[in-house]
Design a protein around this ligand. Sequence first.
Ligand code: RRO
Length: 321
Amino acid sequence: MGERTKTIVAGIAFDSYVMNASGVRDTTLEELKAIADSGSSAVVMKSSTMEPRQGNPEPRYAYFILGSSRGREVQGSLQCMGLPNEGYRKYVKFARIIKTGCGKPVFASVAGLSEKDYPILVGAFQDGEADAIEVNVSCPNLEGKALIGYDFDQVRRILDKIPKQPKPIGLKLPPYLEQRQIQEMADIVKKYGISFITCINSIPNALVIDGTQERPLIRPKKGLGALCGGCIKPVALGNVKMFYDILRGKVSIIGVGGISSGSDAFDFLLTGADAVQIGTCFEKQGPACFARINRELEEILERKGYKSIEQARGKLKFLGE
Ligand code: RRO
């Protein structure tokens, strides 16, 4: 890894700007070991629930090319996984095993099926070996359950009750479409001493249709799934920008949504992200993508004369300035 892309998130040092996103190839111990052995600068685990879950019926994941923009193909994925995972007890063990095998930060991710699950899930990882805990309040794929991150009172109730020490707590946030929502969430983040936010989770209730078959691409929820990949990058960047404008480096921001090249990562850096996570591209290309994207980012920084992440972070220029 080059020196230029070293970064700090929630007070934790990372060897590069690029890590895996929760939810992609990170459910089993073997998958987590593969991430540990890759160029990902951290190991982020699948969101875990109180009990193991099979998730939704298959097919529940589809990759597609949406079109092209500025000479590049715009890819996307639609998924409705339904939180398949091995249950939090396993991930507490996996964190210990992974930690002893590699020097990278390990991030736990937790997703309660009800409010009362959260203190138990977070508490288990607070007592364990993971370096930080990403509290997922944005799982979009649970039929009949409201998305927590859109109910600010519920988020406050959860944050009131979870143990916030000794490991830093982050929030995995849904895409917000209004400045008012960003402001209210940023106020919550500040009030509860949240150390980092990860934004955005996938865009809920999207539909992609195979016109030949006259059917959706995936089976659960009559084809409705969460949209990921290159086609959501503008929404992700907008959310990072709006949060950065308020939080201004006092709370770390991990950008996620449609990053598949160093140039994508650079866009997130200019916008204010302290690090990025890779989901759809990792699913498609496998673990070699992390080192490639970071190397491409290194080259961009070198070419532009930025010596560090800090020098370029949040340096987006605006038309007319
Ligand atoms: O497992 C999922 O269906 C899932 C989760 Br927990 C999440 O946070 N985001 C997503 O797009 N899918």
